[in-house]
Design a binder for this molecule. Structure first.
Ligand code: A3P
Length: 291
């Protein structure tokens, strides 16, 4: 009953307190130099978090342990508000749940996207790793039900999340910078330099190169496994398990090992909208139409 399980999973189970936090996040006070990283789960949030944190601190040292305590889903606005500066928040929230002041002030928002097919391949082990869905569920069953997912959850439903964000981006917000996982993978040095420019931080070429090396998939995985840099968790077994699905493969195009031709066609064609407004995402390959 994976379909029911997905529909019923709702976001409450993924992030138990997140609903409780939305009002305080919406109304929290922001400073001009606050940064918010926004991405659908499994789009490379940890990766961008490290890059941005290293740029902001001017040192290629890992900041992974601080990520969870800077996440809107976990921490109320009044606590985040008094956390040490410079602040980089991160969230999987839809844009309408972000702090209102983020748009009145000069806060910088990073919107990260990844090919949704790779996102979904990455999402299944994540959901199973946290026991959100049964570990016996096979990929084929998961993807076929996922494509029918209707639940209006920005934390679970990529189609819904992307739709919300694209509507929002159409309004035109000059404090939002869009990045893609694929570009970061293709040329990390260039992407880090561009990010430094948007964040208005000084970063010479040595620092940019050091950050690119420190933020390679292998190095981040190694740091997370050996020094537990990423997870502030005392339970070693659990930390190991989480590390393994948080740093699973780190590749572009792994979806080709999972999507059959039929599933791929169905995925590309998903364009069910109430107003016939089809969002097309050009990720460099076949444009993907989605809700
Ligand atoms: P895969 O499961 O495809 O390997 P998030 O941080 O948003 O949870 O995203 C996790 C995904 O980003 C995982 O994808 C993970 O391997 C990948 N990832 C994490 N760090 C990375 C890095 N330094 N370089 C490339 N991919 C990375």
């Amino acid at each position: 009953k994976i379909g029911d399980a997905l529909q019923n999973l709702k976001t409450a189970k993924l992030f138990p307190d997140y609903r409780k936090h939305i009002p305080s996040i919406r109304n929290m006070e922001m400073d001009d130099d606050d940064v918010i990283i926004c991405a659908f789960a499994k789009s490379g949030t940890h990766w961008l978090w490290e890059m941005a944190s290293m740029l902001r601190s001017g040192k290629a040292d890992y900041h992974g342990k601080e990520k969870t305590s800077a996440m809107f889903e976990f921490i109320p606005g009044e606590v985040l508000r008094v956390s040490p500066k410079p602040r980089i928040y991160n969230t999987h929230f839809a844009p309408q749940c972000l702090p209102k002041q983020a748009f009145d002030k000069k806060c910088k928002i990073l919107f990260l996207q990844r090919n949704p097919k790779d996102v979904l391949v990455s999402l299944l082990p994540f959901l199973q790793g946290y026991n959100f869905i049964d570990s016996t569920i096979k990929w084929e069953e998961f993807i076929s039900k996922y494509m029918e997912l209707e639940v209006e959850s920005s934390l679970l439903n990529w189609f819904y999340y992307t739709r919300q964000w694209y509507e929002f981006l159409k309004e035109g917000h000059d404090n939002i910078y869009c990045l893609s996982y694929e570009d970061m993978k293709d040329d990390p040095v260039t992407e880090i330099s561009k990010l430094a420019k948007f964040l208005e931080v000084e970063a010479n070429s040595d620092l940019v190169k050091d950050i690119a090396v420190k933020c390679s998939f292998q190095n981040m995985k190694q740091a997370a496994s050996s020094k537990q840099e990423t997870f502030a968790i005392n339970n070693k077994e659990l930390a190991k398990k989480i590390t393994n699905f948080t740093y699973r493969k780190g590749e572009v195009g792994d979806w080709k090992n999972y999507f059959t031709v039929a599933v791929n066609e169905k995925f590309n064609a998903r364009s069910i909208t109430s107003d016939n407004d089809i969002v097309t995402i050009d990720l460099g390959g076949t444009p993907i139409q989605c809700l």
